[in-house]
Structure formats: structure tokens, C-alpha cells
Design a protein around this ligand. Structure first.
Ligand SMILES: *[C@@H]1O[C@H](CO)[C@@H](O)[C@H](O)[C@H]1NC(C)=O
Ligand SMILES: *[C@@H]1O[C@H](CO)[C@@H](O)[C@H](O)[C@H]1NC(C)=O
Ligand SMILES: *[C@@H]1O[C@H](CO)[C@@H](O)[C@H](O)[C@H]1NC(C)=O
Ligand SMILES: *[C@@H]1O[C@H](CO)[C@@H](O)[C@H](O)[C@H]1NC(C)=O
Ligand SMILES: *[C@@H]1O[C@H](CO)[C@@H](O)[C@H](O)[C@H]1NC(C)=O
Ligand SMILES: *[C@@H]1O[C@H](CO)[C@@H](O)[C@H](O)[C@H]1NC(C)=O
Ligand SMILES: *[C@@H]1O[C@H](CO)[C@@H](O)[C@H](O)[C@H]1NC(C)=O
Ligand SMILES: *[C@@H]1O[C@H](CO)[C@@H](O)[C@H](O)[C@H]1NC(C)=O
Ligand SMILES: *[C@@H]1O[C@H](CO)[C@@H](O)[C@H](O)[C@H]1NC(C)=O
Ligand SMILES: *[C@@H]1O[C@H](CO)[C@@H](O)[C@H](O)[C@H]1NC(C)=O
Ligand SMILES: *[C@@H]1O[C@H](CO)[C@@H](O)[C@H](O)[C@H]1NC(C)=O
Length: 569
């Protein structure tokens, strides 16, 4: 892909800055919200050397761990969980630094083994070894050969936290001495960004004593069903002229689609070439894509990013920038339609027709029925529909809207019923049990000793983190909260700190805390005996599911061209 190569030149580390991969990964169609996935980072290609100068195995080497399928019932056996591991900086006594990318195939995340990320920086400072482990039900780490509803009964937050614990307590790492570094014998540091950042906090909170310290970046700890606030950091930080014009267009779209005549509605759909899309909420919802592109931004992003191309298309007229108030509705509607028609539609949907790419009402489409493993959109959707929501919708009536109010939680809940009919029975709009997740893990009020929390002011996910504008969570010396001016998980990438001093500050604070906390670590004989399964985690109803019924079947058309192009790389 051309964009991939360009980004490698302009932004050597964060692929997310220009390539579409970070955003597109895990999305099944052009109207599906992006998950809070951690960006990939370009890893060094030259072979790494160990502390004694010997050449290490390539960082792309894949190791397999025999993970329990069901931590409540070990007799069900194990599956192969993939992980990556290196020991470039390791010296005996150093920490084991482990991360999971969370809701995606972990291939390509080898940068999280080296000092192009904060993980490797900590390893370099503290003589640590690094591990990247694939989350169950993503990539090729699957307990079963498919993603049917019956299989997904084992895809729960408690099973995922227990996986990390069981790995730490029982894995034999390939490095010299790697059979003798279990918690208690060596300090373990758990790092995660985004969903995996929340998982870091949840794992440490529900299994105290296993991971000595943690780092949670852009951690979405508060499950929120109607997550309209996703668009708030975007609205607040995008150019004023662009937000004014987007707001004007969205207000107009909502008026016409709600109260307009058939002819007015048809005309407006055609402005974006979407006359063939049957449902108006699919048309209005599709316009969220230009805003979702904000999630691809990083402090290292150069010119030509999708988000700023969009704003330029709306705001630059005959070489002149609009004033802060924008050019107004008429220009904005036409400019948006023209940009969408000529440039953006193909970027989003490739050669697929609009109804296939953007329609969400045909429950027989592969989007909803494809249960092939490594379909991370489906695996993430399962967590979304059961546990966390995070539906990215139009705001309540009294808030400024840059996203259509025609998309509301029912829009996504309906699709949950399409994806997982056996799970939700006859419910047409099943609501995720976000309250149970928050009740157990404490949401914004999560309290964990020696957990460093990093956030970015411009992160669209910020309102689900402890740095949300809706709460005041105090930073303490045992659970410091440090906010930079970064975007989503910016502080995990070394390169972002090199261009943004506020992000560098976050990284340096984290190194300081890790140093202090590691100095406080002492060996203990009991750390490995902590239970890998916290039965309380299920007693509150987190992903406790009805008995599985008829498994889903593979069917329908090919996944749309858009997903083929952007869905993996
Ligand atoms: C150097 O380290 C490698 C593994 O990292 C080990 O296999 C080798 O035995 C070590 N060599 C010496 C001389 O210590
Ligand atoms: C990062 O690690 C590489 C070796 O893998 C080393 O050459 C480089 O100096 C390190 N970067 C910093 C800033 O220490
Ligand atoms: C899913 O895989 C399991 C075994 O891993 C199998 O028993 C089941 O029949 C499969 N379901 C479908 C719908 O293919
Ligand atoms: C549609 O018209 C009704 C009645 O005039 C009005 O209350 C409502 O606000 C309008 N809806 C939109 C989205 O403009
Ligand atoms: C976008 O393309 C459609 C045809 O597919 C056309 O009807 C419409 O006028 C175009 N929009 C603009 C703003 O040019
Ligand atoms: C107006 O839009 C241009 C082009 O996108 C942008 O460079 C500029 O910062 C914007 N100005 C204001 C005041 O929003
Ligand atoms: C189903 O998903 C898999 C994994 O993402 C993908 O390779 C395959 O092309 C999809 N099949 C269909 C029919 O969409
Ligand atoms: C679904 O609806 C049918 C008929 O209304 C009813 O018999 C059945 O029990 C319902 N199933 C569930 C899981 O609610
Ligand atoms: C979840 O909690 C919120 C806030 O406490 C409450 O308004 C809502 O009704 C609850 N939802 C459910 C399904 O219990
Ligand atoms: C957080 O604290 C600040 C300063 O005390 C206050 O202005 C603000 O209203 C508080 N926000 C919330 C959501 O409580
Ligand atoms: C493990 O040992 C520490 C002291 O080394 C003690 O504080 C802690 O309570 C023990 N935990 C368990 C589960 O026995």
C-alpha cells in the first residue's frame, strides 16, 4: 500500500499517523466504529544483540504458550497462545515487561519489544526482558477453530485477565534463566494501551500481587454504552472553521432527513453519491468516517493526513482559508460532497457499492455471519456488545453536534443482535452490560498500587479514561496520572516524545516511577501462588452468558472490498 510506504518515510515509528491500518484494523464495514486499538510501531530490522554481544533470535520469532481454555475449568485443556519475546537489555534480576496489543492480531507489534516504544525504554533502563502476547480470540490465538457464539463464551474479560496471570506464573521464557523468573522471583511489569490499558488496570486490580507495576496508556477504564463523547476531544481540538462547518452540515442533514420532503432527502443523499443507501441513519452515520480519521493522528503526523485533507477540502477555497466561523452551510455541503465523491469514498470503500460498504441492515451479510478466526472485528464486537458498549453516536440534544443524532445506541445494539443472535435471543436491541463491568472493576474509580496512568489531551477516547472531562480523579504517588498533549496512546511510542515535549514529559515521569518502584521490589515466596482466576470477576455478571445455543454459520457475500484493503496488512 502506498500510504504505508509514505508513512514509513514521514513518521518512522507510528504507522497510525498516515497509514490507515491502525484505524481500519478490526473494522468490518464502512459504518463500523473503530476500536480503541493500540497503534503498531515500526520495529528495527537489524538483528538485536544481547548484553554479552551474542546475536538474538529475530524479534519476529513466534513462541507458543499452552494457555488454559477455561480458567474456571482447567480440565477443558489448553490452546496455543502466540507471543514474541526478546532480551536485548536483560540482566539477571531485571524485570519482565509484558504487553498485549489487545483487540487485534499481534503480528506487527514487535516494536513493543524494543526501545522504539516505552516498553523497550523501560527494559533498557532496568535491564529488563520484553514480551508481547496475543490476546485470546484475536489473530491466531484461539481456543476453538471458529468465532461462533458457542466458542465466544470463553471470550470474557475475566478469562483475559487470567490469561496474563497464568502466563506470568507458568511460562518458561526462551532467554537464559527464563525458567526462573515467575512473579516473586522477578518483578513483572504489565503495560497496555487503550482497551489493553484498561485490561492492565483490571488485571492488577482483580489479581493483586502478580504484576509488581503497571503502565496504562489511554486506558478506557469506564465502560460507556452511549459514548457520544468520543467526538468531544475532536470537536474541541480540530480547527474552529472546520468544526463550525461540520456542525452546520450535520444540523442540516438531521433537519432534512427528519422533516424534509422525499425529494429534499433524495437530493441530499446524492450530494455524497449515497442515493442507493436505503436507510438514512446509515447515510448520516457514514459521515462519521471523516471524524474517525482523527484517531489516526499522532504528534509525528506530517502533512497529508486524512483528517486534515478533509478539513482543507472544506475550508480552503481558491487558495484562501475560511475564517474561524467557516464558509457556511452551502459551501460546506458542496465541498464535503465533492471531496467525498472524488477522493474519500474510494479510500473508505474501495470498489464496493455504497449499500454494501455502508449499509448495516442486512443481517445475512458476511460482516455479521463470518465466524472465521482472525476476524478481529467480530471478536471486538463481542466485547462491545456484552461488556463495554463504546457506541460512537450523536450527542444529546443540548450538546453541539458534529455527528448526526440519527445514530443512537439502538443503531449499534441492533447490529449486536445480527452478529450474535444465539447470545441475545429475541432482543432486537440488546444493551451491553456496561454497568456490571464498571461495578466490578470500578470504572473511573479503579485504584491500583504502582500503576502509572498516561493520557493524551487530544485522544478521542479520553472521556472513557480517568482524564475524562466528566470526572476529577486525583493523581497520587501510588497511582500517578500524567496527561500530555498527545493523541491515542501517543506516549507508548518513542518517536512521539521526540517531537512533542509534553509527551516526552509523560515518558520521563513513567521511567522515574518505574525506577522507584523497581527499587522497592523484593523477592517473595508466595507471589506465584495467587489464584489465576478471580471467581468474583464473574459473580457480577461480566460476560456471564446464557447457555450457548445453535452455533452461527459462515455465509453471505464476500467481506467488502474496503475491509480487504484496510482490514489487515
Ligand atoms: C550470551 O548470551 C546468550 C543468550 O543471550 C547465551 O546463549 C550465551 O551462552 C551467552 N554467552 C556467554 C559467553 O555468556
Ligand atoms: C535503542 O536501542 C538501540 C539498539 O537496539 C540502540 O542502538 C539505541 O542507541 C537505543 N536508543 C537509545 C535512545 O538509547
Ligand atoms: C466451531 O468449532 C467447534 C470446535 O472448535 C465445533 O465443535 C463447532 O461445530 C464449530 N461451529 C461451527 C458453527 O462451525
Ligand atoms: C422536525 O420538526 C419538528 C416539528 O417542527 C421539530 O420539533 C423538530 O425539531 C424537527 N427536527 C429536526 C431534526 O430538525
Ligand atoms: C457526488 O456524486 C453524485 C453522483 O454519484 C452527484 O449526484 C453529486 O452531485 C456529487 N456531489 C457533488 C457535491 O458534486
Ligand atoms: C481554517 O482552515 C484551515 C484549513 O484547514 C486551517 O489551516 C486553519 O487553521 C483554520 N483556521 C481556523 C481559525 O480555524
Ligand atoms: C471472513 O473473515 C476472514 C478473517 O478475517 C477473512 O479472511 C475472510 O475473507 C472472510 N470471509 C468472508 C466470506 O467474508
Ligand atoms: C423468542 O420468541 C418466541 C416466540 O415469541 C418465544 O417462544 C421464545 O421463548 C423467545 N426466545 C427467547 C430466547 O426469548
Ligand atoms: C447503568 O447505570 C446508569 C448510571 O448509574 C443508569 O442510569 C442506567 O439505568 C444503568 N443501566 C442499566 C441497564 O442498569
Ligand atoms: C473538576 O474540578 C474542577 C476544579 O475544582 C471543577 O472546576 C470542575 O467542575 C470539576 N469537574 C467535575 C466533572 O466535577
Ligand atoms: C505474600 O507475602 C507478603 C509478604 O511477603 C504478604 O504481605 C502477603 O499478604 C502474602 N500474600 C499471600 C496471599 O499470602
Amino acid at each position: 500500500m502506498l500510504s504505508f510506504k509514505l508513512s514509513a518515510l514521514l513518521a518512522p515509528f507510528f504507522l497510525g499517523s498516515l497509514a490507515s491500518a491502525a484505524l481500519r484494523d478490526g473494522r468490518a464495514h464502512g459504518n463500523m466504529a473503530p476500536s480503541p486499538l493500540v497503534p503498531r510501531v515500526t520495529a528495527p530490522t537489524e538483528p538485536l544483540k544481547s548484553a554479552n554481544g551474542s546475536t538474538l533470535p529475530p524479534i519476529t520469532t513466534i513462541y507458543h504458550f499452552d494457555q488454559l481454555i477455561d480458567h474456571t475449568n482447567p480440565s477443558l485443556g489448553t490452546f496455543k497462545q502466540r507471543y514474541w519475546h526478546t532480551w536485548e537489555w536483560y540482566k539477571s534480576g531485571g524485570p519482565i515487561i509484558i504487553t498485549t496489543p489487545g483487540e487485534g492480531n499481534a503480528d506487527g507489534y514487535e516494536g513493543y519489544l524494543t526501545n522504539v516504544t516505552i516498553n523497550g525504554q523501560i527494559a533498557q533502563e532496568a535491564n529488563g526482558a520484553t514480551v508481547v502476547i496475543e490476546h485470546r480470540f484475536y489473530g491466531l490465538s484461539n481456543p476453538f477453530a471458529n468465532l461462533s457464539v458457542a466458542s465466544l463464551q470463553y471470550h470474557t474479560l475475566p478469562q483475559a485477565t487470567a490469561d496474563l496471570v497464568y502466563f506470568a506464573q507458568t511460562a518458561t521464557l526462551a532467554m537464559p534463566g527464563g525458567d526462573n523468573v515467575q512473579p516473586g522471583k522477578a518483578p513483572w511489569i504489565l503495560i497496555g494501551g487503550s482497551y489493553a490499558g484498561a485490561l492492565t488496570a483490571w488485571t492488577m486490580a482483580s489479581h493483586p500481587g502478580v504484576f509488581w507495576a503497571g503502565y496504562a496508556s489511554s486506558a478506557v477504564v469506564e465502560a460507556i454504552t452511549d459514548f457520544w463523547q468520543y467526538f468531544e476531544p475532536i470537536r474541541q481540538n480540530m480547527p474552529a472553521n472546520c468544526s463550525a462547518d461540520v456542525e452546520a452540515v450535520i444540523t442540516h442533514v438531521d433537519q432534512v432527513f427528519t422533516n424534509g420532503t422525499a425529494a429534499e432527502i433524495s437530493d441530499l443523499k446524492s450530494n455524497w453519491g449515497l442515493g442507493s443507501v436505503t436507510h438514512l441513519d446509515d447515510v448520516a452515520g457514514a459521515l462519521r468516517n471523516n471524524l474517525w480519521d482523527w484517531q489516526l493522528l499522532d504528534p509525528t503526523t506530517g502533512p497529508g493526513s486524512a483528517f486534515f485533507n478533509f478539513c482543507d477540502a472544506l475550508e480552503v477555497k481558491s487558495g484562501q482559508n475560511a475564517p474561524a466561523s467557516g464558509w457556511g452551510l452551502d459551501n460546506a455541503v458542496t465541498a464535503w460532497g465533492k471531496y467525498w465523491n472524488e477522493t474519500y469514498y474510494e479510500y473508505l470503500c474501495d470498489k464496493a457499492d455504497p449499500q454494501t460498504c455502508l449499509g448495516t441492515y442486512d443481517s445475512s451479510e458476511a460482516t455479521f455471519t463470518n465466524i472465521t478466526v482472525d476476524n478481529s472485528a467480530r471478536s471486538w464486537e463481542w466485547i462491545v456488545c456484552n461488556d463495554v458498549g463504546f457506541f460512537q453516536e450523536g450527542p444529546p440534544g443540548d450538546e453541539t453536534a458534529i455527528v448526526s443524532r440519527l445514530v443512537q445506541p439502538g443503531y449499534d445494539e441492533r447490529q449486536c443482535a445480527y452478529y450474535f443472535p444465539e447470545q441475545f435471543g429475541n432482543a432486537t436491541t440488546p444493551a451491553p452490560n456496561a454497568n456490571a463491568t464498571n461495578a466490578f472493576y470500578n470504572g473511573w474509580d479503579v485504584k491500583v498500587d504502582r500503576l502509572f496512568i498516561a493520557n493524551g489531551q487530544r485522544d478521542p477516547w479520553r472521556y472513557a479514561t480517568v482524564s475524562s472531562g466528566d470526572v476529577n480523579i486525583t493523581s497520587t504517588s501510588t497511582q500517578p496520572i500524567v496527561v500530555g498533549n498527545g493523541y491515542h496512546c501517543s506516549d507508548l511510542g518513542t518517536s512521539a516524545g521526540l517531537v512533542d515535549p509534553t509527551v516526552l514529559q509523560v515518558q520521563q515521569e513513567s521511567l522515574k516511577y518505574m525506577k522507584t518502584w523497581l527499587a522497592e521490589w523484593t523477592p517473595s515466596t508466595n507471589a506465584s501462588s495467587f489464584a489465576t482466576y478471580n471467581s468474583a470477576e464473574t459473580s457480577n455478571g461480566i460476560s456471564s452468558s446464557p447457555a450457548p445455543a445453535v452455533p452461527a454459520v459462515i455465509g453471505g457475500k464476500a467481506v467488502n472490498a474496503w475491509f480487504r484493503q484496510f482490514g489487515s496488512n
